[in-house]
Design a protein around this ligand. Structure first.
Ligand SMILES: NC(=O)c1ccc[n+]([C@@H]2O[C@H](COP(=O)([O-])OP(=O)(O)OC[C@H]3O[C@@H](n4cnc5c(N)ncnc54)[C@H](OP(=O)(O)O)[C@@H]3O)[C@@H](O)[C@H]2O)c1
Length: 275
């Protein structure tokens, strides 16, 4: 597995997503992922699983220092003071002194971006996180956040899979030296993995459909993917995408599915306009 270098951060190109995983199951899956070679775990205050994620990390056969741990601050906590308290509470639940990456989970219309970006920089400068970044930021807001931030932002975590073209946001991340982290990388419960062309490509490469799609992500410059599964065998399956390569033509064939323009995470509280 390679790391993506982003404004001083080294982010493992594949992470384990934990949305919907809870309690003992989440803890066991996180331990299993780390013992299977993952070095990157994605959680959020919203997921109500930080205690379990922390337990899972503590139970794994690797040092905390070898795990790249991300958490996020929910939209109700973006004001000065609330933001810092949210991160402190996350650290307490996770049982760690510091996370590796703290993200603004979604941009908000209620709190000025300047205020939240200052608070984000404050948690960095106080050592509560090693790096800072954003999530669900369209290009216009990303440019604003970068301009407002005294310290570099290292990633923008956004929905991305073959059914959604994200060329504009990825180009903006590259311009700013940031990583683009793909969430819903498998397009969650859609027909992506069972339909064409992914099924035929799986047969062609002798890989599973999930591996074809995850390979498509990590083969793109500066892109990190954080698939989620509650199936222990798929935890391993999803990590085995660094020993083969898709041809340029096959990459293009998968990318062509983006014309479907399918957005899974589109909420009223989100940005008015996506790129
Ligand atoms: N920043 C944000 O706003 C945001 C939003 C959404 C998600 N995220 C993050 O991104 C992570 C991933 O996104 P996601 O959980 O929405 O969707 P996803 O990873 O695209 O899809 C998860 C689904 O795919 C299935 N799956 C996993 N591996 C598979 C494989 N090899 N073959 C067939 N099916 C497979 C899982 O089923 P089983 O569990 O049954 O195996 C699960 O139903 C989340 O867990 C979370 O950490 C962030």
């Amino acid at each position: 597995m390679h790391d993506v270098n982003a404004n001083g951060a080294s982010i493992p190109a594949l992470g384990f997503g934990t949305w919907t995983l809870k309690g003992e199951e989440a803890a066991h899956l996180v331990t299993h992922a780390l013992n299977s070679g993952y070095r990157h775990i994605d959680t959020a205050a919203l997921y109500e699983n930080e205690e379990a994620v922390g337990e899972g990390i503590a139970s794994a056969d690797i040092d905390r220092g070898d795990v790249f741990l991300t958490t996020k601050v929910w939209t109700t906590d973006l004001a000065e003071g609330d933001f810092q308290r949210s991160i402190e509470a996350s650290l307490e639940r996770l049982g760690v002194d510091q996370v590796d990456l703290a993200l603004i989970h979604w941009p908000s219309k209620a709190v000025p971006l300047r205020e939240t970006v200052l608070a984000l920089n404050d948690v960095l400068e106080r050592g509560l996180t090693r790096h800072i970044g954003v999530s669900n930021f369209p290009v216009r807001l990303l440019d604003e956040a970068v301009a407002l931030s005294a310290n570099p932002l290292v990633c923008n975590q956004c929905e991305y899979h073959p059914f959604l073209n994200q060329d504009a946001v990825i180009a903006a991340c590259r311009k700013h030296g940031m990583a683009f982290v793909s969430y819903c990388p498998l397009a969650r419960d859609s027909d992506l993995l069972t339909g064409e062309p992914v099924s035929s490509l799986a047969a062609k490469y002798g890989r599973t459909a999930g591996q074809i799609v995850l390979r498509w992500h990590v083969q793109q410059e500066g892109v990190v993917a954080i698939p989620r599964t509650r199936t222990p065998a798929r935890v391993i399956e999803n990590s085995q995408v660094f020993d083969f390569e898709l041809t340029g033509d096959d990459m293009a064939t998968i990318s062509a599915l983006g014309t479907r323009n399918m957005r899974i995470c589109d909420y009223d509280f989100g940005p008015d306009e996506w790129d």
